[in-house]
Ligand binder design. Structure first.
Ligand code: SF4
Length: 282
């Protein structure tokens, strides 16, 4: 069996930055004898979350009921209202909102003054919640959320400014864009994540070279799911696994097996998967 690795995989800049900031937050909290929290899971990787938990970082969603301390805001961002709630409750925020996401959030605030905002993304995804939770002049913006092409039929034709969740499935996005072609004066203004694009290009390239692929990443990771989908759409079998213990037996039956990983997969887990495959080959 030949193993081929995707040219781009593993941590993106936003995730690396969030983990660096988490280290700083833990050090600061330890020095000042404060509790340390992350807003939701910092990244979609159970092993990394467990390691942060061992070092005292708890996951919370709201300030109520928790002793004020240091809060790390993940790369997905935070709604303006929730940010205010944490600050008012006495929390110190270490803000790891990815610059790409931050740019989109400030653009939403700008465009919401003149156009209705249409968000394309997964309902309840933290980045989408941050997008929906932008405030202008102290008040929440009015926005519309679309999760698939069918839902566009419920929209009134208005000059929407469209923003897309950075890790949204590209095939689904193209379907939605097709449905929106009947609408007038729609503008797509969101920042595109260069890391997601190069990751997808690498996944496409890999899918064309292999018979099947292992896609490594958290089961909740939207970008990992999107990579697996992309490989499947190329007609190749994609196995979404979290670590080497989940390598399926049939993976060894392929002539060429591709390996790719989501933006929140540590290199140690990727290496472990590759080493397990190589050990089993001999
Ligand atoms: S995938 Fe892109 S937008 Fe999302 S955190 Fe990483 S660099 Fe930022």
């Amino acid at each position: 069996m030949k193993i081929v690795l995707a040219k781009t995989m593993g941590y993106c800049g936003g995730v690396s930055r969030a983990l660096d900031l988490a280290e700083e937050a833990i050090a600061y909290a330890t020095e000042h004898a404060l509790p340390v929290y992350s807003l939701g899971k910092l990244i979609h990787n159970p092993q990394v979350i467990a390691s942060l938990a061992e070092r005292g970082m708890s996951i919370i969603e709201h300030p109520e009921g928790y002793e004020p301390g240091v809060l790390v805001v993940r790369a997905h961002g935070i709604s303006d209202m929730l940010r205010k709630e944490f600050i008012d409750a006495g929390f110190l925020l270490f803000d790891a909102t990815c610059p790409v996401v931050r740019h989109n959030l400030s653009n939403i605030a700008h465009w919401a003054k003149t156009r209705p905002i249409l968000i394309i993304g997964h309902k309840g995804h933290p980045e989408v919640l941050a997008m929906q939770g932008v405030h202008v002049g102290g008040k929440p913006i009015k926005s519309f959320l679309i999760t698939n092409a069918e839902e566009t039929s419920s929209l009134i034709d208005r000059p929407y400014a469209v923003f897309v969740q950075t890790t949204f499935d590209q095939v689904l996005l193209e379907e939605i864009r097709g449905s929106l072609e009947a609408f007038h004066h729609v503008v797509y203004v969101n920042e595109i994540c260069p890391s997601s694009i190069s990751r997808r290009m690498a996944a496409l390239d890999l899918a064309r070279q292999c018979d099947a692929a292992l896609v490594i990443g958290g089961k909740q990771s939207a970008n990992t799911k999107a990579l697996a989908e992309l490989v499947s759409n190329e007609g190749k079998k994609a196995y979404h696994i979290e670590d080497s213990t989940e390598i399926p037996v049939e993976a060894f039956s392929y002539g060429t097996l591709g390996i790719l990983a989501g933006a929140s997969t540590p290199s140690s887990i990727i290496e472990e998967v590759v080493q397990t495959l190589q050990r089993s080959k001999t």
